[in-house]
Design a protein around this ligand. Structure first.
Ligand code: FAD
Length: 381
């Protein structure tokens, strides 16, 4: 006998816990996760930064729309502030300068504080970065570190407080549509609901296929990160996260160390991915070329999957092949920073409420996020 819910959410990363939080205000939710704890995959491997100039514009808008939640979460959501000031600096060559100027105009449209400055002044903010070959810089002072663990725990607490079931150690192995009801076998549980939310991260296309619906070409890519000790005596606390526009490296201060990514984007099957030696070596080489820092010892390294639609924009909303199947996928590198607003959008579309006004004002619309814009892919991976 299946237990009946209003909504079943598959996946307990940033996407799943946040949409379960939103939906638990509207009905009975089952949040289902394969692992024994939430956020084991991409969400715990993120740089966990809110940078509103980062990523495809559809995700940037959802990141901006998420800031009020991070700054002012519901009462009792977290014991400490979810954000810690960081700042971000984006560096462009002469050839990339027009694109950076366009980024500045997009930030201005959304009311995001920022400043364009000559690259020769960037050293005052990010002291180790080499001036060559850059011409222009953009400073985003409001960029912040997110306490991703507190975000996830806050949503899980909210979900439980609202009477939802959080079902862990429960891999979804079969999904059947009978009449207007989804029947989902998840570990030892049998669950039923009229609406299924696909928040399965790197596995989102597999979940669609399991439900007998088209894959939408939502593809995981591996990204690597390392940490190492900063130069002796350096006080890194005021350093901003620093990016090159060509997306070949970024670095930021992280708990007394420096975190670097070589900004790799290697296609991968969905998996519990590990860093490759080659990508770690590239990270070291790029940071030593781009800055005056030397990597004497790698303190830690890891890799995670970032999952993109073919056009890299959000995949949020009902599938036209079955409106009871709602996608919340393709977060790429924005899935933590955009989680609160993306969840609000997914929950609104799942319940037929349309795009929330605060999101529509920022330019978020159904056509640009609907999975229906993505041509169905062959059913076998
Ligand atoms: C190195 C790196 C740096 C990043 N930096 C940032 C950053 O600074 N800011 C930012 O916003 N984002 C960043 N990201 C991206 C961010 O981590 C992702 O966008 C986000 O975590 C995606 O969340 P998710 O919930 O969709 O996926 P996940 O966290 O992977 O969650 C999906 C869940 O679904 C579960 N699942 C899948 N299939 C099944 C099944 N059949 N049955 C049951 N459960 C299932 C999985 O077990 C998993 O727990 C970064 C990513 C990486 C790798």
């Amino acid at each position: 006998m299946a237990e009946a819910f209003d909504f079943i959410v598959i996946g307990a990363g940033a996407a799943g816990v946040s949409v379960a939080g939103e939906l638990s205000l509207k009905g009975r939710v089952a949040l289902v996760e394969r692992e024994s704890a939430p956020a084991y995959h991409s969400t715990s491997r993120s740089a966990a930064v809110l940078a509103e100039n980062y990523g495809p514009v559809g995700w940037q808008r959802l990141s901006t729309a998420s800031r009020p939640f991070f700054e002012n979460p519901p009462a009792g959501f977290a014991e400490h502030p979810l954000l810690r000031p960081l700042g971000a600096l984006f560096l462009a060559t002469e050839a990339e300068a027009p694109a950076l100027e366009e980024s500045a105009r997009e930030l201005a449209r959304r009311g995001v504080p920022h400043r364009l400055l000559p690259a020769r002044e960037a050293g005052a903010l990010s002291p180790t970065v080499r001036r060559e070959p850059f011409a222009l810089a953009l400073h985003e002072p409001g960029c912040a570190d997110i306490d991703a663990a507190a975000l996830v725990q806050g949503y899980v607490r909210l979900v439980r407080r609202n009477g939802a079931s959080v079902v862990l150690d429960a891999e979804v192995r079969s999904i059947e549509r009978r009449g207007g009801t989804w029947r989902v076998e998840a570990g030892k549980a049998m669950l039923a609901a009229p609406i299924l939310v696909n928040a399965a991260g790197a596995w989102a296309d597999d979940i669609a296929a399991l439900a007998g619906l088209p894959r939408r070409g939502v593809t995981p890519y591996r990204r690597t990160a390392i940490t190492f000790d900063p130069p002796e005596g350096a006080d890194t606390r005021s350093w901003p996260m620093t990016f090159d526009m060509a997306e070949t490296w970024y670095f930021k201060p992280e708990a007394g160390r420096i975190m670097v990514s070589p900004v790799d984007k290697t296609p991968s099957p969905p998996c519990d991915c590990r860093p490759e030696d080659y990508d770690v070596a590239v990270a070291v080489d790029r940071i030593e070329q781009a800055t005056t820092m030397q990597v004497r010892r790698i303190h830690s390294c890891w890799a995670g999957l970032r999952t993109f639609a073919p056009d890299e924009q959000p995949v949020i909303g009902p599938d036209p092949a079955d409106p009871g199947f709602v996608w919340l996928a393709g977060q790429g590198g924005n899935g933590v920073m955009a989680a609160p607003a993306a969840a609000r959008l997914a929950a609104a579309l799942a319940t037929g409420a349309g795009v929330p006004a605060a999101l529509a004002r920022l330019g978020v619309g159904v056509a640009a996020t609907s999975p229906g814009r993505l041509p169905p892919q062959p059913s076998e991976r």
